[in-house]
Design a protein around this ligand. Sequence first.
Ligand SMILES: Nc1nc2c(c(=O)[nH]1)N[C@H]1C(S)=C(S)[C@@H](COP(=O)(O)O)O[C@H]1N2
Ligand SMILES: [Mo]
Length: 361
Amino acid sequence: LNIGKHPDMVVYQENPLNLGASPELVRQSFITPEVHFFVRNHGTVPQVNIYNYRLSVTGMVRSPLKLSLPELQSEFPPSTVIATLQCAGHRRNELAAIRPIPGELPWSANAIGNALWRGVPLRDVLKVAGIEAGAQHIAFTGLDEIDKDTESFGFGGSIPLEKALESEVLLAYEMNGEPLPRLHGFPLRIVVPGYIGARSVKWLANINVQEQPSTNYFQQKAYRLFPPHVQAEEADWEQGTMLADLPLNSVICQPREGEILRAGPTAINGYAITGKGSLVERVELSLDEGVTWKEASIQPRSHSWAWRFWKATLDLHPGQYQIIIRTWDSSGHTQPVDTKQIWNWKGYLNHAWHRVSVSVH
Ligand SMILES: Nc1nc2c(c(=O)[nH]1)N[C@H]1C(S)=C(S)[C@@H](COP(=O)(O)O)O[C@H]1N2
Ligand SMILES: [Mo]
């Protein structure tokens, strides 16, 4: 199967297809080329015939719409956004090391990528459709097929109307200057910057304007957050929090876990990211369990919805070290210390201090 991905991509699953990048590939460039971009699928990868393709806009609207891709491209002015897409399962492997998380993929810090998306702001299309009073959520459904129990359905989810009306939310038909690749949702996907990746529905077929959140399995059941004391057997789905914004997070890409280094000045690098409203403000490294910290230098802030790369040089003497990274946002928040504090039975949103152990000779 020639899927156009780098040979060093980590294959978590072939069917459905799920791929992550190695730490070096993740941070190779600010804009992640398609060949390094992670793929997260819950079902089939549809092959969409562009001549038959129509996006439908239905529900609580004055004029329901049916749009072909050329209509969408010619009738609405294009807009672009540089946005980092991150799966809610990013860094799940660290949570699973504390207590097993069966049935979920053990992503490391690699379910993430940053792209230039081009398309039509969702709000422009909603405006033409005309939202009726009382509408509060915008639900999306994809053309893929997911088999659960005895049912087969398209992947879906929703976002609050308030977010849907923000200018950064795009109906994207291009990724990094090329038509949206098949694995990333050709011909059209929604891109919801700052939200968990699951809301950026690929192979988008329908937008439904409604009063309540989507009834799709991936909104109603999966992608809900539970506190650490709730175990799989006793979980009441309704009690979980539906995920939306991404938390503040930071990751060390270089050196890698378990690496053996030579003593002396050592280059350390990684990325930091945050969701809603706040911006990455400060990135710090510790070698002593967080007693003292050294500030890393961060790439200038250029795009509100994109990750920020950081780097630092640490002078390492021979010995064993655990390098810890943490970041602060513009509202003064920082990350949880320990993954144990935020363990949850589905393994979502691990944003605790990232730690990498190395030995120096
Ligand atoms: N139709 C559809 N859209 C989808 C998914 C899917 O399985 N089907 N996966 C979601 C999840 S969980 C994530 S993290 C992102 C991943 O986007 P990517 O595969 O382009 O990296 O797509 C989202 N959109
Ligand atoms: Mo995801």
